[in-house]
Design a protein around this ligand. Structure first.
Ligand code: ATP
Length: 313
């Protein structure tokens, strides 16, 4: 369920329940490849939506269409009530974009990078310094303001990319794979930052292939595969619907696992492989009549593997 969060003072809210992003039947082809294949996506104002999918599912293409870096071949795209690609300038003015690839100016300092964006977003002269200070504060980079970007750690650079996207207090933030390639400590730092943004009511669309990231941060997850939505909903609801409450993880030799799996399927259970084991899902309804193994709660990764047929990190 989208959590009820207060909107920040001074920001005119969209009408409650209005969609910050609305896609209908969106298609994007690259020659013979259909990267996005009839996608519908709703991002309600004030919620965090996670776009989850394996490599090549079409997440980045979708994000690029939302910033009009890529133009859809078919379908309707609306961002903050503005139709794309025609009104993309107006949509961009109220959105913050955190790209997957770091495109900071490495010859400038942290503060100078932010200042450039205060000009690009046409923040009035009298408000510029306050906007920079606020963004530095959100990203916890105040004591690094005079450091040149090429002397920052990878985690600090990511935080600066996010700060840069927030300098004009956007009502919508688009995060493309915000923690890809970062170590677990830095990833957790960024999760805290993104969570704080959610808590203050910023609408967020985040593409990720880290399941845990989507499970922790997103109110609603849309799972994509081959350019299509294969499921969407709050993470807990998706887990309950597709994987039940409990799983049994059974370890064994590959041949053994295959027969355990076949028996479980014949008994009406859903299963997934984890490489070294097979998980039997939704066993809470099986009256204890399941092979011995490790009992665990089901999770979003179970749903992901069931629906996309792929293992991911
Ligand atoms: P990843 O997690 O690997 O970034 P993704 O879900 O973001 O994957 P996309 O990058 O959107 O997926 O790619 C979807 C499909 O479109 C892939 O088959 C990809 O090779 C193809 N594709 C994406 N961009 C282009 C392009 N500019 N030219 C040709 N094909 C492209």
């Amino acid at each position: 369920m989208p959590r009820g969060r207060p909107l920040r003072a001074g920001i005119l809210p969209l009408v409650t329940g209005e969609l910050a992003i609305r896609l209908r039947g969106v298609v994007k082809r690259y020659g013979a490849i259909t990267a996005v294949d009839g996608l519908d996506l709703d991002v309600p104002e004030g919620t965090c939506v996670g776009l989850l999918g394996p490599n090549g599912a079409g997440k980045s293409t979708t994000m690029r269409m939302l910033t009009a870096q890529t133009i859809a071949d078919e379908g309707e795209l609306e961002v903050l009530g503005h139709r794309l690609p025609g009104d993309s300038k107006a949509a961009r003015a109220q959105s913050g974009v955190v790209p997957q690839l770091d495109n900071l100016d490495v010859t400038l300092t942290v503060e100078q990078n932010l200042r450039v964006f205060t000009y690009l977003y046409r923040i009035g002269k009298q408000d510029r310094q306050a906007a920079i200070e606020r963004a530095l504060g959100v990203a916890n980079l105040r004591d690094r303001r005079d450091t040149r970007v090429d002397r920052l750690s990878g985690g600090m650079r990511r935080r600066l990319l996010i700060a840069r996207a927030l300098v004009h207090r956007p009502r919508l933030v688009l995060l493309d794979e915000p923690t890809v390639g970062l170590d677990p400590q830095v990833r957790q730092e960024l999760w805290a930052l993104i969570d704080a943004l959610r808590a203050e009511g910023t609408t967020i669309l985040m593409s990720t292939h880290y399941i845990e990231e989507a499970a922790r941060l997103a109110d609603t997850v849309l799972i994509m595969a081959h350019g299509r939505a294969v499921a969407s909903g709050p993470p807990a609801k998706l887990v309950a619907e597709h994987a039940g409450r409990e799983a049994v993880e059974v370890y064994g030799a590959p041949g053994e696992l295959a027969s355990i799996e076949a028996e479980a399927i014949a008994a009406g259970l859903r299963t997934r492989r984890t490489g070294t084991s097979v998980s039997l899902l939704g066993v809470e309804g099986a009256n204890g009549d399941t092979p011995a193994g490790e009992r665990r709660p089901t999770n979003l990764e179970d749903v992901f593997v069931l629906l996309t047929g792929e293992e991911i990190s």
